[in-house]
Design a protein around this ligand. Structure first.
Ligand SMILES: Nc1nc2c(c(=O)[nH]1)N[C@H]1C(S)=C(S)[C@@H](COP(=O)(O)O)O[C@H]1N2
Ligand SMILES: [Mo]
Length: 419
C-alpha cells in the first residue's frame, strides 16, 4: 500500500468512527470533518500555537558558541562548524530539538513496552540486553526537523510564522545501529489487520504556551512505514546513544520529518484502528491558503535543501580562489545534481559532487570561486533529486512554517585582499 492509499483508508476508518484520537478534542475534529468534506484530510484543527518558551535549555551536552546557535530548548548546528568533519555529523555537533528537556534514563531499568489491539498475544517487553541480543542492522540516515529553514519564510518571503526560527542547521546525518522495528513487531505477534503504531517518548509531558498539557511526545506511524525501514536504534556513530539524542533507545524513521524519530522511546502501541495525537493533527500538517481547508495529510517525507558550510556574512578575500563547500539532501530520493550561482541567481554552474548520492543521505559538494571585485555577494545552491524534485525560488507558505525548500541566498562579503 503506498502512502496515498494508506491515508485514504485511514481517513475512511476515521469517518466510520473506527479511529481513536488520543489527546485531541474529538468534537473539534468532527466539526472540521464535516466542514472539510471527505476529500481533504478532515481531522485537523487550525492552530497557530507554537512551542512554549523554555525555562532553560535542558540539554546535557556542552553547546559551545562556535558549534551551536541556542534556540530555546533546542540547539541549532552551525554549518561553518561542520566543514571538513566527514560525511556524518559528529555527535557532539549534532543539532538538538527537545520539546521539554533531555531526561536521564537508567539503561538497566529501561524497558520498551509493545502494547495494543494490533498484537496477537498482548503486551510484550524488551530490555536493552534483549535488543542487543537480537540481529542488528546498520543504517545511515538524516534527522531533520520539519521546521528546518523556517526563519526564511519570515526573513526572505515576508510571511511571518511562529515557532523555532531555524536557519538551515536543524539537520544532521549519522550512522545508526539497532533492531528493525519490523523484527520487534513480528516477534511481539503483529496482527495482519494492524494499521498504526504509536511510539511514545519518556521525556516530560509537553505543555503548550497557553498551558494545555498535550501529554508525552508521541506521533503515530503507518504500519507500512514501520515495517519498511524504521530502526529502533541504540547506537549513533558507533557509540551508545547520548542523552540528548535519545539514550538509551530512539526511533530512526529515514526520510521523514524529525518528529517521527521519537527519542527516549518507552512504548509502542500497535492498533487495528488509526491513531491520532496532537503531533499528527494540529502539528506537522500544512495549513494555509495553498492547502486543503482542514490541513494537509500528516507530514511524512522531507523536502530538498542545500546549505553552504559557511558562516552567514562570511568574509572572503578578493583575487583568490575559494573552494566553496556545502551539502544537499532530500527525503524523497538521492540527489541527482547540485548547481551553484555566485551572481545572485543569473548564471548557474554544476557543483562537483564529493559523495556517491544515496537515498536517506546528503551529498557533499564543492565549487571553486575566484571573486575579483570587493563587495557584498549572494551565493546560492540549488539541488535536484532523482525523482525530479528541485528547489524552487519561493517556498509555498504554510502557517507553521514547515518544509521550507526554496533556494536560500547566502550573503558573503568579498574584502580587498591585504597586500
Ligand atoms: N521523545 C521525544 N522525541 C523527539 C522529540 C522530543 O521532543 N521528544 N523531538 C522530535 C523532533 S521535533 C526532532 S526534529 C528530532 C530531533 O532529534 P535530535 O534532537 O536527536 O536532533 O527528535 C524528535 N523526537
Ligand atoms: Mo522537529
Amino acid at each position: 500500500m503506498d502512502e496515498f492509499e494508506y491515508d485514504r483508508v485511514r481517513r475512511h476508518q476515521w469517518l466510520a468512527g473506527q479511529a481513536r484520537a488520543d489527546g485531541v478534542d474529538r468534537r473539534t475534529l468532527l466539526r472540521m470533518t464535516v466542514a472539510a468534506g471527505a476529500l481533504a484530510a478532515p481531522f485537523a484543527t487550525m492552530t497557530t500555537a507554537s512551542a512554549a518558551p523554555s525555562a532553560g535549555p535542558g540539554i546535557v551536552k556542552p553547546l559551545p558558541a562556535e558549534w551551536f546557535v541556542p534556540r530555546g530548548t533546542n540547539a541549532e548546528m552551525r554549518w561553518d562548524a561542520v566543514a571538513g568533519t566527514g560525511h556524518h555529523t559528529p555527535t557532539e555537533r549534532f543539532f538538538v530539538r527537545n520539546h521539554t528537556r533531555t531526561p536521564l534514563i537508567d539503561p538497566d531499568g529501561w524497558r520498551l513496552r509493545l502494547t495494543g489491539s494490533g498484537l496477537r498475544r498482548g503486551e510484550v517487553e524488551f530490555g536493552l540486553d534483549d535488543l542487543r541480543r537480537l540481529p542488528s542492522t546498520r543504517l545511515n540516515a538524516l534527522i531533520e526537523c520539519a521546521g528546518n529553514g523556517r526563519s526564511y519564510y519570515t526573513s526572505r518571503q515576508q510571511q511571518p510564522v511562529p515557532g523555532t526560527p531555524w536557519t538551515l542547521g536543524g539537520v544532521g546525518s549519522a550512522r545508526w545501529r539497532g533492531v528493525r522495528l519490523a523484527d520487534l513487531l513480528h516477534r511481539a505477534g503483529l496482527r495482519r489487520d494492524a494499521v498504526d503504531v504509536l511510539p511514545t517518548g519518556l521525556d516530560d509531558e509537553y505543555l503548550t504556551a497557553s498551558g494545555a498539557n498535550l501529554g508525552r511526545v508521541r506521533r503515530p506511524l503507518p504500519v507500512g512505514k514501520a515495517l519498511d525501514d524504521v530502526l529502533v536504534a541504540y547506537e549513533m556513530n558507533g557509540e551508545p546513544l547520548t542523552p540528548d539524542h535519545g539514550a538509551p533507545v530512539r526511533l530512526v524513521v529515514p526520510g521523514w520529518v524529525g518528529i517521527a524519530s521519537i527519542k527516549w522511546l518507552g512504548s509502542v502501541e500497535v492498533a487495528t484502528e488509526p491513531l491520532y495525537s496532537p503531533w499528527n493533527t494540529q502539528y506537522y500538517r500544512l495549513f494555509g491558503p495553498a492547502h486543503p481547508a482542514g490541513g494537509s495529510a500528516p507530514l511524512t517525507r522531507q523536502v530538498v535543501k542545500s546549505a553552504f558550510e559557511l558562516a552567514p556574512d562570511a568574509v572572503l578575500p578578493a583575487g583568490r580562489r575559494h573552494r566553496l563547500t556545502g551539502r544537499s539532501w532530500s527525503g524523497a530520493a538521492a540527489i541527482r545534481q547540485v548547481e551553484v550561482s555566485t551572481d545572485g541567481g543569473t548564471r548557474w554552474q554544476p557543483a562537483r559532487l564529493l559523495d556517491e548520492p544515496r537515498p536517506n543521505g546528503w551529498v557533499r559538494w564543492s565549487h571553486d570561486w575566484r571573486p575579483e571585485r570587493p563587495g557584498p555577494y549572494e551565493l546560492r545552491a540549488r539541488a535536484t533529486d532523482r525523482r525530479g524534485n528541485t528547489q524552487p525560488d519561493v517556498a509555498v507558505f504554510n502557517t507553521e512554517g514547515y518544509l521550507f525548500d526554496a533556494v536560500v541566498a547566502h550573503p558573503v562579503t568579498v574584502a580587498q585582499a591585504a597586500s
